[in-house]
Design a protein around this ligand. Structure first.
Ligand SMILES: Cc1cc2nc3c(=O)[nH]c(=O)nc-3n(C[C@H](O)[C@H](O)[C@H](O)COP(=O)(O)OP(=O)(O)OC[C@H]3O[C@@H](n4cnc5c(N)ncnc54)[C@H](O)[C@@H]3O)c2cc1C
Length: 486
């Protein structure tokens, strides 16, 4: 008997008997897997969905349920709030957010079809209240729909595309809209006849010649052989909890200590690589420290341990945090004056590193060389009074002088403060979810979607909230539809 391994497909010729027969086998019941299953079933395929946990959810179920949507003139929520959002602007922002890792074809397709995807989500039963919540929010504290969730209005992004808020959140009171989002998708999948097998962990793919024809799943501690006549869709999430993979592919993430997600052990990426797939942008990760809570802290100024600014602080909190983690010295400081300082949230684990009646005194308390931080703040305040930030392009209304003492430096320490993070790299796929080999050719019968792939949220420095679930739900559908064609 051949070895059952994540790293090598099992030869179909050695399968003695198939325990289950289906047309499309989906692995993983988060947002990507649910959407793949729904779409494959809608396309007329028999679908089985295998989930290693005892229920649906994964990281999707823990998330805020916020989905990045725009273009086509704007969604109902955008238009009601007075924001026109053209497909060109929306697509240009998606590409800018992908930075050096951008998948242009995926941005263009989603740019054109996001509005239709929003209608599809509603048709599955996802409720949206339809209103706009101004201000800077990580997630709405109420049940609002539309928030600013990226760096759209900040330099350099605001010069590349006309800004609009695009974070669309399921109607749900408070944080944590991911669970109700997955519940709606699960109900839709079950209503369409998707056969769901929980406590069922995929152990290996099965290959016949070039083609993936099935999967081996552990059920009741026994390997079960599943024949998938049309294809297997991997939707198993990222690899943030797999230390071996992170050490190999994403060593910079070891500066941080708060991985988030649901086990995310990279199994789908390993399965895809074992079948000859390619993995890209594996070094990329999202991170954020909730430094904009309370909201008045959004007016602060960041400096590194040399007392130098490194970012326009009006960007998305995750972009600021990701740029912070690039700084040497293991920590950065958030500078605030008396007009903007409020006791930080306990869960952010920020400490007060220095105080003073002048920025010189704060500089001395931080043991920085004289004339470093104080010079930074002198220039910043002088220019802010003139309504400009010539170094980084920070813009009003966030651009204000910090000149009302006493002054304070909060320490964001990469090792001890709450920097949550998850991985963004994964299998290279076509816009139809086909897993591609290193030469760019599809591996017959093998599809993937969500965070086991690299997609719209490809670049940690450009991440915007909602991009991951946009990618999971939309390209999950693409993969399911393509798999159903066989
Ligand atoms: C707290 C938090 C908040 C977030 N908020 C947002 C947000 O508001 N908007 C946004 O866009 N993104 C958000 N994210 C990121 C986003 O939730 C994830 O990137 C996304 O949900 C990943 O979806 P997925 O379907 O690829 O994987 P998952 O949702 O993790 O689903 C993968 C599933 O596969 C199963 N699985 C894994 N291996 C196997 C195996 N071998 N066999 C069978 N099953 C397997 C897992 O158990 C899991 O259920 C957030 C993340 C977290 C943790």
């Amino acid at each position: 008997m051949a070895e059952i391994s994540l790293h090598r497909p099992y030869p179909a010729g050695e399968v003695r008997a198939w325990d289950f027969e289906t047309e499309v086998a989906v692995i993983g019941f988060g947002a990507a897997g649910a959407c793949a299953a729904i779409e494959a079933a809608d396309a007329g395929a028999r679908v089985m969905l295998f989930e290693r946990n005892s229920g649906s959810g994964g990281a999707s179920g823990l998330s805020g349920g916020e989905i990045y949507i725009g273009g086509g003139g704007g969604t109902d929520a955008q238009r009601a709030a007075g924001f026109e959002d053209t497909t060109e602007d929306f697509t240009a922002y998606l590409k800018a957010a992908g930075g050096p890792c951008v998948d242009e074809a995926k941005c263009e397709l989603y740019g054109r079809e996001a509005l239709g995807h929003y209608a599809w989500l509603k048709a599955q039963g996802v409720p949206y209240r339809g209103n706009y919540l101004p201000g800077k929010h990580i997630e709405p504290a109420d049940d609002s729909t539309l928030i600013w969730s990226g760096s759209e209005a900040a330099a350099p992004f605001c010069t590349m595309a006309k800004p609009a808020p695009r974070g669309h959140v399921i109607q749900h009171m408070g944080w944590g809209g991911g669970r109700p989002l997955v519940d709606v998708l699960e109900a839709s999948a079950r209503a369409k006849g998707v056969e769901v097998m929980t406590d069922s962990r995929a152990l290996a793919l099965v290959q016949d010649g070039e083609r993936i024809v099935g999967v081996i799943v552990r059920i009741d501690n026994q390997p079960r052989f599943v024949r998938a006549a049309k294809g297997v869709v991997l939707a198993t999430g990222g690899f943030v909890f797999n230390e071996t993979m992170r050490r190999k592919y994403c060593p910079d993430s070891f500066r941080l200590n708060d991985p988030i997600g649901d086990k995310d052990d990279g199994a789908g990426i390993e399965l895809g690589l074992g079948a000859g797939g390619d993995a890209v942008h594996m070094e990329q990760f999202f991170t954020t420290c909730p430094w904009t809570m309370p909201e008045s802290h959004a007016y602060g100024v960041f400096v590194n341990t040399a007392g130098q600014r490194f970012i326009n602080e009006d960007c998305y909190h995750g972009r600021v945090s990701r740029c912070a983690v690039d700084q040497p010295g293991g920590k950065v400081y958030l500078l605030l004056d008396n007009a903007h300082f409020v006791q930080p949230m306990d869960f952010a684990r920020l400490s007060i590193a220095g105080t003073g009646d002048s920025w010189d005194e704060v500089e001395a308390e931080l043991e920085m060389p004289a004339g470093t931080l104080s010079a930074t703040m002198a220039v910043y305040n002088r220019e802010a009074r003139l309504g400009r930030d010539p170094l980084f392009g920070k813009r009003e209304p966030i651009l204000v002088p910090l000149d009302q003492g006493p002054f304070i430096a909060l320490e964001l320490n990469f090792a001890t403060s709450y920097f949550s993070f998850f991985t963004l790299g994964g299998l290279r796929t076509s816009i139809d979810g086909e897993v591609l080999d290193r030469g760019g050719a599809p591996i017959p019968g093998l599809y993937a979607a969500g965070r086991c792939t690299s997609g719209l949220p490809a670049w940690g420095h450009g991440y915007s909230s909602g991009l991951s679930l946009a990618d999971c739900t939309f390209f999950g559908r693409q993969a399911g539809r393509r798999a159903a064609r066989g």
